[in-house]
Design a protein around this ligand. Structure first.
Ligand code: P6P
Length: 335
């Protein structure tokens, strides 16, 4: 078979012709992100061999001690994107300030917010990690973007995606016309379309949450999880399964492939921070993808993509996945 299947470049190019919202620049921009993720995949796969595991001496804005790969992968993203002419500025989980485009490089019409290595605490235990990104338009006439130019609701995203570095390296993408999954064929260095038009089943019997925080949750969340655990003996009249990988990209990919509900609720440990997960480069891109796949994504009290951001590193509670299950959790927060 001469043709390996549809490459991500071919798919994006053909999609660009079909949808007015896509542009040749979007095609080129996504190809640059794909290149960065291929390099990150290579680094993640060779962490042990290249001695890239373990912690750096630094902390990020979140006050989290950074892994060496957090910093290295952040630099890979910046070095792959800051010369392309597609972006007016960038924002990264690992960098407190907005990342400006060098003066000697052209600026473009887009803004990107990314988490270069989500779930990096899993690196040293060889579990899946990933890169998450969200693309926004730079406001008209802005040549020196500031934080306020990034303060756009999730509904303003023009593209969102994540790359999960697991047994396979997979790129999951949406530009607002559904969700498609691509698997990296490392023999030829191409992402190949393997999961077209991904959709999330509306019902599920599988929840993902960090149970060790149970005593810190609000009552509606405790009620929901109690009922799942009661199984057939309780009001749900069915048994549930539980998963917790501590890597959002792995959890969201599982939800996309077989349904489920992923929850990182507000808890009174983190209530002053507003939650654990970050709105701009975790919750919003994943919400765009989940909604495009027929799921829902909420804080329990409002649609995540309707939140008006107030800071680049703002945190929010996240309840996302199978539509009917998320609606149930929302109803508990309302009653
Ligand atoms: P915990 C990884 O650090 C992350 O941001 C998400 O990818 C993941 O879902 C969550 O935090 C794990 O949090 O408290 O279980 O370690």
């Amino acid at each position: 078979m001469s043709k390996l299947g549809t490459s991500i470049t071919q798919f994006i190019t053909e999609q660009q012709r079909t949808y007015a919202g896509s542009t040749a620049e979007m095609t080129s921009l996504l190809s640059d992100i794909v290149s960065a993720c291929k390099q990150i995949s290579h680094l993640v796969n060779r962490t042990g061999i290249m001695g890239l595991g373990g912690y750096a001496e630094s902390e990020n804005i979140q006050g989290e001690v950074q892994k060496k790969l957090d910093i290295i992968t952040n630099d890979v993203m910046v070095d792959h994107l800051n010369w392309t002419g597609h972006f007016a500025a960038m924002a990264s989980e690992e960098i407190e300030e907005i990342i400006q485009i060098p003066d000697d490089q052209p600026k473009g019409q887009y803004l990107i917010a990314f988490d270069p290595l989500d779930g990096s605490s899993n690196i040293d235990i060889n579990l899946s990690v990933g890169t998450i990104f969200s693309i926004l338009r730079c406001p008209e006439g802005i040549t020196e973007p500031t934080v306020k130019d990034f303060m756009q609701k999730g509904t303003e995203q023009v593209c969102a995606g994540f790359c999960v570095y697991g047994p396979s390296t997979m790129m999951i993408l949406t530009t607002g016309s559904g969700v498609n999954g691509f698997t990296l064929d490392s023999h030829v260095g191409e992402f190949i379309l393997t999961h077209p038009n991904m959709t999330i089943p509306e019902d599920t019997a599988e929840f993902a949450i960090n149970m060790s925080n149970y005593r810190f949750w609000e009552q509606p969340m405790q009620r929901y999880i109690d009922e799942c655990i009661e199984g057939v003996d309780g009001s749900r009249e069915k048994n549930f399964n539980m998963r917790w990988v501590a890597s959002m990209v792995a959890e969201v990919y599982r939800v996309l492939t077989r349904g489920g509900i992923f929850i990182y609720p507000i808890d009174n440990k983190a209530s002053t921070q507003g939650g654990k997960l970050r709105l701009m480069y975790e919750a919003n891109p994943m919400s765009f993808i989940v909604e495009q796949a027929g799921g829902l994504s909420s804080t329990g009290r409002e649609r995540i993509m309707e939140i008006q951001p107030e800071g680049v590193h703002q945190r929010v509670p996240v309840i996302l996945g199978s539509k009917n299950e998320v609606e149930r959790v929302i109803s508990y927060h309302k009653s």
